[in-house]
Design a protein around this ligand. Structure first.
Ligand code: TUI
Length: 314
């Protein structure tokens, strides 16, 4: 057990959240992480709002521990899921890729702990004023949709800007990253990429093996020209996407059409050609498939050793 404001606030043993990864983060993964003492999170980007509802109900059967739901604010089903989390009394909601302002009042009224992902100090301050209990400050090392700042510079600045606890995300997959995040002022971390390779994760084995095989420079950011930068593993799909983005004869609509469905193809079909395998720069740190509990305990045990032994610094 580790005690920070995050463990106290959420009623969890270890201040490790599992990212609400699109198509990946279902009840199987979220309940495994929550049962292991972290906070498991269900994604709302999958086959539709009804499936999200089903996953929430499944998760309640699979764990008695707290868990959360992530609402991707650009999603067409955000409104529907925003209501389901109230109906189902989900204890924690994380949000991403935008501002949750239009839902905030009713979530707070329902007693939901809202933890938005932020990519800047200005947005973190707005979220604190709006009633967020904590923020997840996510650096551009992360997989999926990202902001401009990187973790090392973003975390301490967000910690200075707000008084609610800060959870660090982006590039963290081991005890060194966890310890560093604590040193930067964070009181918890959120990991995504390493949990794709958890044994309990239902993502296609091709996705897991691609993360395990990836090295430090094997991810790429595409979508900047469309205003939606996304980090994913370098594959034939991302190469083609990047090429289309740089081709003046391509329209944004044609590029979007090319990308449509690519995430599902990666996660569910393991489609190496047309899949978008979203992953962060920490992919190079991920070495094997292992149970969620082992992932969490390895991070915590290594971080404990490092935080105890700071004698190398002086
Ligand atoms: O949301 C994410 N990562 C995601 S969502 C996703 S689903 C998807 N994405 C693209 C194509 C198809 C499917 C995959 N990965 N991370 C949380 C996050 N939020 N990162 C950055 C932000 C963010 C950025 C700017 C949050 C707020 C913000 O500004 C809000 C404002 O109003 O200023």
């Amino acid at each position: 057990m580790i005690k920070t404001r995050i463990t106290e606030l959420l009623g969890i043993e270890y201040p490790i959240l599992q990212g609400g990864m699109a198509w990946v983060a279902d009840a199987a993964l979220a309940s495994a992480v929550s049962n292991a003492g972290g906070l498991g999170i269900i994604s709302s980007i999958n086959a539709g709002a009804d499936v999200v509802l089903e996953e929430i109900r499944k998760c309640k059967k699979m764990t008695n521990k707290p868990f959360g739901v992530n609402i991707m604010l650009m999603s067409p089903i955000a409104d529907q899921v925003a209501q389901y989390v109230i109906d189902e009394k989900v204890p924690v909601v994380t949000t991403g890729a935008g501002s949750p302002s239009k839902y905030m009042e009713k979530w707070l009224e329902a007693g939901i702990k809202v933890i938005p992902v932020v990519a800047s100090t200005a947005f973190a301050i707005r979220m604190e004023r709006m009633g967020a209990v904590a923020v997840i400050a996510e650096g551009g090392e992360a997989g999926g949709h990202i902001g401009e700042m990187n973790t090392m510079a973003l975390i301490p600045q967000v910690c200075d800007a707000v008084s609610i606890p800060v959870i660090a995300a982006g590039g963290i997959a081991d005890g060194r990253g966890f310890a560093a995040a604590m040193m930067l002022g964070a009181e918890g971390v959120q990991c995504g990429t390493i949990f794709v390779t958890a044994s309990e994760c239902t993502a296609h084995d091709v996705f897991k093996q691609k993360i395990i095989a990836a090295g430090d420079t094997d991810t790429i950011v595409t979508g900047k020209t469309l205003g939606h930068p996304v980090r994913a593993l370098k594959t034939p799909f991302t190469r083609k996407f990047a090429q289309m983005e740089n081709d003046p004869n391509q329209t944004p609509e044609a590029i979007m059409e090319f990308g449509s469905g690519s995430l599902r193809k990666a996660v569910k079909d393991g489609d190496e050609k047309m899949g978008s395998f979203m992953a962060g720069q920490s992919a190079g740190l991920v070495k094997k498939v292992q149970p969620a509990k082992e992932i969490i305990l390895e991070i915590i045990n290594r971080a404990r050793e490092l935080l105890k032994d700071t004698s190398k610094c002086i």
